[in-house]
Ligand binder design. Sequence first.
Ligand code: 3PG
Length: 401
Amino acid sequence: VKTIEDLQVAGKRVFVRADLNVPLSGGIITDDGRIRAVAPTIAKLVQAGARVVVASHLGRPKGEPDPQYSLAPVAVRLGEILGVPVSFATDTVGESAKATVAALADGEVTLLENLRFNAGETAKDDAERGAFADELAGLADVYVGDGFGAVHRKHASVYDLPARLPHAVGDLIATEVGVLKRLTDEVARPYVVVLGGSKVSDKVGVIENLLGKADRILIGGGMMYTFIAAQGHGVGASLLQEDQIPVVQDYLKRGAEQGVEFVIPVDTAVSGSFPDVKGGAPVEDFAVVDADAIPDGALGLDIGPRTAQLFAEKIADAKTVFWNGPMGVFEHPAFAEGTRVVAQGLIDSDAFTVVGGGDSAAAVRTLGFDETKFGHISTGGGASLEYLEGKTLPGLAALEG
Ligand code: 3PG
């Protein structure tokens, strides 16, 4: 695999596929972690005298322009972080893109509009994706793949474009892959994995793979209720994936056989309805209940305090921790406690700690934790999970070829 240093970039148009898919609220960037993470790669190319063409997706628009998913605010923030002006093309491969790229002098940077405003970017059909990749290739001389958060997507800019240009792996992807290798090759034990987020079905592959590797798997977030149900308890009005109950029961059985300890919540914070996350209004009917006694109608929204304590203990003596997915609806202060305690547990342990996933990374930052206290905060959620599942990631495979 080539690195940026192996490419001749001075005076060349360098296409940087980044993952600038940042959370936005009313056009304001609420967490700029992904922009800051790729900025050093862009700065290095600027220093080397390249004409840098940055591209990314944002959200999931439907293959046509949709102003709520515009990358315009990201261009402004990227310019602030780099300390150089970043011009913005109001389309991806059209007149605006061609003009802004043609206007670049050595050491200048432009950001193209959202790649997913073009149906070809995400098309299942190889020819349709290829045609869009051809158009993108016309805007550049070389390609640097550095959008780690999107390497699990077989998309035109991630998978097809590198085959059309001399290409190299960017520094962010190199770092991310280096860290994930530490979790797959020779992992220091005890190896504790903390999983949250809403759906068991998103985590099936990674749990399957971790069964032979992790020492403990701690289950929080919305997916905990399917585990609680798999133990034979009611979950009230909480999120439940009934079709996953047999899958979970199989995990628990195989975990017991293989010496993998599943740690399932013993209590949970509940309310009668989903909280007002935006307004932050107090939750009048907040309650903590035992996991085996969730009342009818109660909606589970966080792990409870006894569980948080238990999780902290299970993390305390770890040598390696991988954490993906918030423990509860951390966006509301009433249900942020579980996520906060787990984050603090990672900081307090001597383990090599990896926070994987856009949501968990945003959670630790919005809860005010110092990100330098963690071993590594990954910019990839789905990507880091699929890497740990042992899957071939299209965006990495394309850079190897
Ligand atoms: C992410 O946020 O995980 C990446 O940016 C990929 O986004 P996607 O799931 O919409 O492809």
